[in-house]
Design a protein around this ligand. Structure first.
Ligand SMILES: Nc1nc2c(ncn2[C@@H]2O[C@H](COP(=O)(O)OP(=O)(O)OP(=O)(O)O)[C@@H](O)[C@H]2O)c(=O)[nH]1
Ligand SMILES: [Mg+2]
Length: 267
């Protein structure tokens, strides 16, 4: 494999044509594309192509923000408090929602929209006669967006529902950029991930209204420092409320329900 040159400018990256059409001279490309590929490869060192990155997210995010604002108005009009739960894969979002529907959800009617790349596993886990659930399978997209939420919500019977939970795709990066129109963003950090994650993935923590430090029942056995994790969360997300929690031991669960009870729909 070709080494990456030392003098690579910060806004460029390298593509080495190890596979695909560019690596197979026998493959015929259309004439204009072939000329463009040949010129690009000729310009790069040892067959590598230097490509300037272009940020395509700005128009995409502007469109999402407009749709998110529309969702927010819809939720407010229906008197719905909405929470967007985001975390790395496996931090305990579905487990917390299962327990929440079984306990809090008996007094206050709740609904759930849950997103995953593939499978409807979480939707099936969350299915309860007293709580409507919609599953979004993104087919590869690493986050939910406002348009997906608008379509999913249309499929739900929201009669009498006061709290709408949105379980985002497990990912600590992409969901940070996509407003869904939620009232409250809840970021979960589990003890199995390590204390340093707020420092390494700050955008999502900076966007949090509430941080749940989950799986605290296993903190000691993992040698996980709750104090250090809480200090890191407070440093990166001083605006957020923090609740250490375990769905296994029940620690923090009552505080979570108290938080939910205080929510009144607002922008
Ligand atoms: N020890 C312990 N394990 C937990 C706790 N909460 C969840 N788990 C376990 O963590 C694993 C992942 O939990 P999920 O609820 O599926 O996590 P998730 O965030 O919904 O995962 P994705 O949807 O894949 O992102 C499961 O094996 C749960 O049993 C907890 O409080 N303590
Ligand atoms: Mg889940």
């Amino acid at each position: 494999m070709n080494p990456v040159p030392d003098n690579t400018p910060a806004d460029e990256f390298q593509i080495h044509p190890l596979s695909g059409a560019a690596a197979r001279p026998g493959t015929r490309l259309s004439a204009p594309l072939a000329a463009e590929v040949a010129a690009t490869l000729a310009a790069g060192p040892e067959g590598g192509a230097a490509v300037r990155s272009v940020d395509l997210r700005v128009p995409l995010l502007e469109k999402n923000d407009i749709l998110a604002e529309r969702n927010r108005g819809y939720f407010l009009g229906r008197g719905l408090a909405t929470l967007n739960l985001v975390s790395s894969p496996g931090a305990g979002k579905t487990t917390l929602l299962e327990r929440t529907l079984d306990e809090f959800g008996r007094q206050t009617r709740c609904a759930v929209v849950v997103g995953d790349l593939e499978t409807d596993n979480d939707g099936r886990r969350l299915h309860r006669p007293h709580a409507p659930v919609a599953q979004i399978t993104t087919g590869g997209t690493c986050h939910l967006d406002a348009a997906m939420i608008a379509r999913a919500v249309e499929s739900l019977d929201l009669e009498g529902v006061r709290v709408l939970f949105i379980e985002n795709v497990g990912n600590l990066v992409c969901p940070a950029s996509f407003d869904l129109g939620e009232q409250v963003r809840v970021v979960l950090l589990s003890c199995t991930e390590g204390e340093d994650k707020p420092l390494k993935y700050p955008p999502i923590f900076k966007s949090a209204d509430l941080v749940l430090l989950t799986k605290v029942d296993v903190a000691d056995v993992l040698g996980f420092s709750r104090e250090l994790a809480c200090a890191n969360i407070r440093r990166i997300a001083p605006q957020a409320r923090l609740i250490p929690l375990s769905t296994r031991s029940g620690e923090g669960v009552a505080e979570w329900y108290d938080f939910l009870r205080t929510l009144t729909p607002q922008r």
